[in-house]
Ligand binder design. Structure first.
Ligand SMILES: Nc1ncnc2c1ncn2[C@@H]1O[C@H](COP(=O)(O)OP(=O)(O)O)[C@@H](O)[C@H]1O
Ligand SMILES: [Mg+2]
Length: 283
């Protein structure tokens, strides 16, 4: 069954088409990766899937129902959870408090009684379970600001899971991470995908090859190629698109055989190089 579908989905910013007539189909139960050079429109597409941006044209269907016009909170209530490319957390809370508040906010209590002892107690058990799932049980009572970057991203995952989404939208969950943290995120996504569908924007091709059942390559706002990781990595158009990015600053008459797509797109062991060097963001 197709869980998520877009039809001719389009977003213009003052006449510039950041996403151009995209037809995407995500099968239920799969991990579906969205890749593509910087500026391809991946985050814009994500923002439309989660309702944070309204499309200029086209539709978004969730389990066959049109959700194009729904606000983000209504889409979330239908089981769509998303993470953001940039993490924004309540830094002064402890890790377990943060998750407890996320759990509470999903109930009819909303944020009203946040931080009250009684409420925290009520959601604490479930919060600890979620922390266990993402490997943060050991730092439950530390304040969020004291966590290293990789653990903040894991916490962010716990916050998304608190809403019990059937569809998880993850925007560059490994951005700026060390190799060890990247391996941990791969393990984490493997664990949390059970019973869920995941759409993942990811630059690290090692991560894509480890996790994705299907890969959609975007370029200039349009779908360039689609298939398994093995298929798209060999697609000459995809190799060309990435060569274009890798050599954007050179006036280059490259030998296509000199740099293979395989090298460019990393190896299948989860440690493949990203195609773009991410600045190390640490908190
Ligand atoms: N709010 C905005 N206003 C104007 N242009 C935007 C806006 N958001 C994104 N863009 C442009 O749309 C294009 C796609 O951006 P984005 O979706 O962030 O790409 P990606 O996530 O693939 O790197 C880029 O050229 C970007 O500059
Ligand atoms: Mg982006």
């Amino acid at each position: 069954m197709v869980l998520l579908e877009t039809r001719r989905l389009t977003k213009e910013f003052r006449g510039f088409r950041a996403v151009n007539s995209v037809d995407l189909r995500v099968e239920e139960g799969t991990v579906h990766a969205l890749v593509g050079p910087n500026g391809a429109g991946k985050t814009t597409l994500f923002n439309m899937l989660s309702g944070f941006l309204k499309p200029t044209d086209g539709r978004v269907l969730l389990a066959g129902e049109d959700v194009t016009k729904l606000p983000p909170e209504k889409i979330a209530r239908r089981g769509v959870g998303r993470s953001f490319q940039i993490t924004s957390l309540f830094e002064q809370l402890t890790v377990v408090e943060h998750v407890a508040i996320a759990l509470q906010s999903a109930t009819s209590l909303g944020y009203r009684f946040w931080m009250s002892e009684r409420v925290l107690g009520r959601f604490r058990t479930r919060a600890l379970e979620l922390l266990e799932q993402v490997g943060l049980a050991g730092v439950a009572v530390r304040e969020v600001h004291s966590l290293p970057y990789g653990q903040k991203r894991a916490l962010e995952m716990a916050l998304v899971l608190a809403l019990e989404p059937k569809l998880l939208l993850l925007d560059e969950p490994t951005a700026g991470m060390s190799v060890d943290d990247v391996d941990r995120i791969i393990e984490l996504v493997r664990r949390v995908r059970a019973g869920r569908t995941v759409v993942l924007v990811e630059h690290n091709m090692g991560v894509v090859s480890s996790l994705a059942d299907r890969v959609t390559v975007l370029q200039y706002g349009s779908i360039l190629a689609e298939g398994s990781y093995g298929e798209v990595r060999q697609d000459p158009r995809v190799i060309e698109a990435y060569l274009g990015e890798a050599h954007a600053d050179d006036a280059v008459s490259h030998q296509p055989s000199a740099v293979s797509g395989t090298e460019l797109m990393g190896d299948a062991d989860g440690r493949g190089a990203g195609l773009r060097s991410e600045p190390k963001r640490d908190g």
